[in-house]
Design a protein around this ligand. Structure first.
Ligand SMILES: [Zn+2]
Length: 89
């Protein structure tokens, strides 16, 4: 899991996602399934913590170590698009 502080953090992961083009499936708002390079799917969960930080968790091994993986980047691009469309409460 990592805390999303800015888009710069995602640059490398986005570049990798663009190259590998994983399939991103929408599960529900904030929860996505992203196809892995060796088959299967990883679950990515994007949420806002109580202190206002956006946290991203992926079930792959890299993310477990706190790395920004391309699955997270792929899911986030969808998540951010959806969040913009969602009327703010
Ligand atoms: Zn991942």
């Amino acid at each position: 899991m990592f805390i999303l502080k800015g888009i710069e953090q995602l640059e490398k992961a986005i570049a990798k996602a663009k190259k590998l083009r994983p399939r991103v499936e929408f599960d529900r708002f904030g929860r996505y399934r992203v196809s892995g390079s060796k088959g299967g799917f990883y679950t990515v969960i994007c949420k806002k913590s109580d202190n206002g930080y956006k946290t991203v968790a992926c079930t792959c091994r890299g993310a477990e170590k706190g790395l920004v993986c391309y699955h997270s980047a792929a899911a986030l691009s969808l998540h951010i698009g959806l969040a913009r469309r969602k009327p703010s409460a």
